[in-house]
Design a protein around this ligand. Structure first.
Ligand SMILES: CC(C)(COP(=O)(O)OP(=O)(O)OC[C@H]1O[C@@H](n2cnc3c(N)ncnc32)[C@H](O)[C@@H]1O)[C@@H](O)C(=O)NCCC(=O)NCCS
Ligand SMILES: Nc1ncnc2c1ncn2[C@@H]1O[C@H](COP(=O)(O)OP(=O)(O)OP(=O)(O)O)[C@@H](O)[C@H]1O
Length: 198
């Protein structure tokens, strides 16, 4: 199975782009969502999270207190690294199991930290979704009803855009002028051809 990673900084529009690939019949594994599901349903992961953050990491109904964890990790690099070290290997395993079950020419793995976690090395190709930083901040502030400072905290923990550009094979620009659909269609056609040659 040909594996294609797709990433982009916070608010770049990677989930929006993935929805377009899904319309073309391509299955998408959402690593951020999978990570949060594992924190709730995988006992080993859950135990490690409680060890790191205490019982307050979960609400009484056993759901994840995302805000509590986010308020800690995006201000404390050590805690963030420790959380990443728990989640990333578990997500990697879950993706491998999932990808083996798919039957399409290729699959997509959407991950915010594709390059930072080095998981891009496991993929055949990687797509970078880019968007001007001010537009990203505005979109996330509107989507999550959050502050500029909180968005900037996360941006600071991510690899700079020019570093990501060096590592990607395909590029999608999600600004206010270019349309996403033709860009997605073009890359999809190229990937289908590459999968046939594999
Ligand atoms: C801290 C958590 C609980 C906050 O959850 P929340 O629902 O607020 O955010 P969500 O997971 O939807 O992420 C939204 C965006 O925040 C940014 N972000 C999330 N985790 C990280 C991180 N470890 N480092 C830098 N940016 C991050 C990304 O741009 C991401 O797209 C959650 O993000 C988390 O568990 N992060 C650590 C694990 C991880 O690295 N996940 C991402 C890849 S698997
Ligand atoms: N081309 C666009 N036109 C209008 N709105 C857009 C466009 N692209 C993205 N958005 C909006 O911007 C917000 C961020 O997009 P999206 O959730 O796809 O980004 P993301 O990269 O997945 O974000 P995150 O890193 O936080 O997971 C969403 O509310 C989305 O609907």
């Amino acid at each position: 199975m040909m594996k294609v990673g797709i990433t982009g900084g916070i608010g770049s529009g990677k989930t929006t782009v993935c929805k377009l690939f899904e319309l073309l019949g391509i299955p998408v594994f959402y690593a951020d969502t999978a990570g949060k599901e594992l924190m709730v349903h995988n006992l080993g992961v859950k135990k490690a999270v409680v060890n790191l953050f205490g019982e307050a990491a979960y609400f009484l109904d056993a759901s994840l207190n995302r805000k509590y964890i986010a308020d800690i990790v995006f201000k404390d690099e050590q805690k963030l690294n420790a959380l990443n070290a728990i989640i990333h290997p578990a997500v990697k395993d879950a993706f491998l199991i999932w990808s083996e079950k798919q039957k399409t020419p290729y699959v997509l793995k959407e991950a915010a930290l594709l390059f930072e976690s080095k998981s891009y090395l496991d993929n055949d190709y990687n797509i970078l979704v880019s968007s001007p930083v001010e537009l990203r901040i505005k979109r996330v502030m509107e989507r999550d009803q959050t502050s500029r400072e909180k968005v900037l905290e996360r941006i600071e923990k991510q690899l700079p855009e020019d570093e990501k550009e060096k590592l990607a094979d395909f590029f999608i620009l999600n600004n206010e002028e270019l349309h996403l659909i033709p860009q997605v269609l073009k890359i999809h056609q190229q990937l289908v051809l590459l999968a046939q040659q594999k």
